[in-house]
Every structure is written in C-alpha cells, then in structure tokens.
Design a protein around this ligand. Structure first.
Ligand SMILES: [Zn+2]
Length: 396
C-alpha cells in the first residue's frame, strides 16, 4: 500500500513537472514574438547576397522617423545595410528641432537666431548658407547599427528639384559637399570617393526622351555610377535597358519618409519592402562599395527583380532544384523546389506558365523524354522586355 502511494506521488510529480515545463516553454514563445524576418537567399557566384535600402529620410530632412528607428525597421525587415540619405536642400523640421538640438547646428553657426535656408531646392541659399551638421543623422544611425549588427553607410541626397535628385553614398564628410551648383556638388562628393546614384529618374512624356539633357550630360561626363530603376512603388522600366546595357548599377530603394510599416503595411507576408540585393564577399563598407562599383546588384520590389542577365540566371539556378518525380502516359511531372525566400514566375515549353513561391515546391507538366528543360523566369528582367532563360538537365 505504501509503495502504491509512493508510485502515485511519483507519477503526479512527473505529470506536474511536465506540464509546468510545457507551459514555461509556451511562455517563452509567447513572450518573444518580436523577431527579425530572415530573407533566405543562396550564395551566387561564390558571393553572399546582402539586402540593402540606400534611400531613407529621417526628421533631419523631411521624414517623420528618427535615424535609430530606420535601423530598427531595417533590422526587423531582414535587411543588412542601410544609408540615411537626408536632403541637404530641404529640411522641413529644422526650425522645430532648433529648440532641442543645439548640436545639430554647426558650431560656427550656432548663434544664428533661427533656422534659415531650409528650402533651397530650386533657389540658392543666402549668404548664411546651410546651418546644420549633415553628418548627425548618419552618426546617430551608425551608433544604433553598431549595437544591432546592421551596416550603416554614410550618405546624403543632393536634391535639386527640376534638375533631379542624386544620392551620394560612402561620403567622408557631408558638410563639405554643398555648392549652389549641382555639378560642383556631385564632383565634391566624387572627390570624397562617393558612389553616385541617379534617383527616380524622370523623363519627358512629351518628347519621349529618356531623361532631361543635363542628366545625359552627367552620364556622359562619368558622374553617375548607378540608377534607381525602382523607387518605392515606381518602376522606371524605360531605363532598364539603358541601365543594364550602359553598365550602370541598378538599385531599388524605398525613399521612405514616414514609417515603413505605413508605407509597406503587408511587407514580410507576400512580398518584401524595396531591396537592393548585393553580391559581395562580406558585409562591410569596403566589400559593399566594391560590389556596387562592379555592378553586382539586383533591384527588388513587389517580387520583380532587375539586374544583369548573368546575376539573375545564377540567382535562380542556385535557388531551385529540379527533378522528375513521376509520369503519366504523355508527361513527366517535374518537381521544382525553391529553397530561397523569393517567389519566381515561370514559363516553359512556349506558353505554359506557373510559379514557385518562396521555400515551396511546385509540380510542372513537361513533355516526356525532355532532356533539357528551358525555364524563362518571367519576374526577372535584364531589360524592359528581357527575361533570363535557365536550362535544367532532366532524367528519369
Ligand atoms: Zn529621397
């Protein structure tokens, strides 16, 4: 009897401790929802694929968000690299920030009684010049990035209204760039070793020209390194061929001014926010800068990918495995498994169409006995109407 009681006690103790343990584990899961989305991509041509947004605004120009919040957003959204590119020429909140942030004003200008020259998009500033310290937003983001393991690259947006907007990345001192003349400002940035992106390039609908004449002049003079072929939700598809054939580096950036969560409310579910994918050895300034100069980027938005043909083909090839898994009298069933997080839309055998979503498999009907299956990846573009074709050997 005694022994039986002991057995019951031992049994109850086991059940009790198991359920306590289970509920403890449940609690750990319940309390740790706040996690980063990981965007899984394969190595491509021996390089790691990093994700970046090189066009972001904060309260230091005309954004609604602090630099530290930009780092938080990027980290949770699965990015590895950002650049804060506040406008030099338009600083909406400067007057208000004056009250709280004296160190935002450059030391030699701290005695100015109030904000001046905060909107010089289309005019020259008066003799007092631009008052603020254009390195502050970078430094603030950099401190947060160092904490979280996110690379923050120094940058700035050169914003000249009708003359266009240009991001300078990898600058050394943003306070030494501004000149009322646009070309001089770009040259000042280049002298610091900066990489120049032509942002959201506009073209004239009337003349059907690709871009304004002064921009063509900048390209001809070698002042432009990259083109934002996608800005936020806008695709500049008239420039896809110009960008890829001309050897310019393609970018997709968010140009976010308000919270990313407001701009892209469903990102992370069926699609990701704007990203520039970068094929680089390491996630550090030197390696990323070198990759941009070599044009090793792919612009991503809304599950569309724009880049050089070879990079797109290799990304797709490394993302999927293809094998014959079954057959009926006429057809093979070919299973395509996508190990990456990005979805691909596919066309094969002329007009058969299908898709394979991120980290999923799909079955394709293929003519029996096909030795080589050519798949056109229709959400990838190396020109306005050019999608890569990738071949897979099949055997049963
Ligand atoms: Zn911008």
């Amino acid at each position: 009897m005694k022994r039986f009681n002991l057995l019951i006690v031992a049994l109850l103790a086991t059940v009790f401790s198991a359920s306590a343990q289970l509920s403890a584990v449940r609690k750990v899961f319940d309390n740790n929802h706040n996690q980063r989305t990981e965007i899984i991509l394969p190595k491509v041509m021996g390089y790691n694929v990093y994700k970046a947004d090189f066009h972001l605004h904060t309260i230091y120009s005309d954004g609604d968000v602090t630099p530290a919040m930009r780092v938080n957003e990027a980290w949770f959204d699965g990015l590895d690299i950002i650049s804060i590119t506040d406008h030099m020429e338009y600083r909406r909140l400067e007057r208000e920030m004056f009250r709280y942030m004296k160190d935002y004003i450059r030391p030699e200008l701290r005695n100015e009684p109030k904000a001046v020259n905060t909107n010089v998009l289309n005019t020259d500033p008066d003799e007092r010049g631009l008052l603020v310290d254009f390195n502050v937003s970078y430094e603030s983001a950099k401190a947060k990035g160092d904490e979280m393991g996110l690379l923050v690259v120094r940058g700035v947006e050169i914003t000249r209204g009708k003359l266009g907007d240009y991001n300078a990345l990898f600058t050394k001192d943003n306070n030494a760039l501004y000149d009322p003349n646009l070309e001089t400002t770009i040259r000042n940035a280049r002298e610091q070793g900066a990489f120049i992106i032509h942002n959201h390039p506009q073209f004239s609908k009337k003349t059907k020209s690709t871009m304004p004449p002064h921009c063509e002049d900048f390209y001809a003079k070698g002042l432009i390194d990259g083109i934002e072929v996608i800005n936020s939700y806008n695709f500049y598809d008239r420039l896809f061929d110009y960008c890829i054939e001309g050897g310019y580096t393609p970018f997709s950036n968010s140009d976010a001014h308000n919270l990313i969560a407001l701009r892209f409310p469903n990102a992370g579910k069926d699609y990701f926010r704007n990203m520039t994918l970068i094929l680089a050895e390491r996630c550090d300034e030197q390696s990323i800068h070198e990759a941009l100069k070599a044009g090793r980027t792919i612009a991503y938005q809304a599950n569309m990918l724009i880049g050089k043909e070879e990079l797109l083909s290799e990304l797709f090839k490394e993302s999927v495995t293809v094998e014959v898994v079954g057959e009926d009298s006429k057809r093979w069933k070919v299973r395509i498994t996508n190990h990456s997080s990005l979805p691909y839309s596919l066309r094969w055998e002329g007009k058969k169409e299908g898709a394979v979503f991120g980290q999923s498999s799909a079955l394709l009907n293929v003519k029996k006995g096909t030795k080589e299956l050519d798949i056109t990846v229709t959400n990838m573009f190396y020109g306005k109407e050019k999608s890569p074709v990738v071949s897979f050997k099949l055997k049963k």
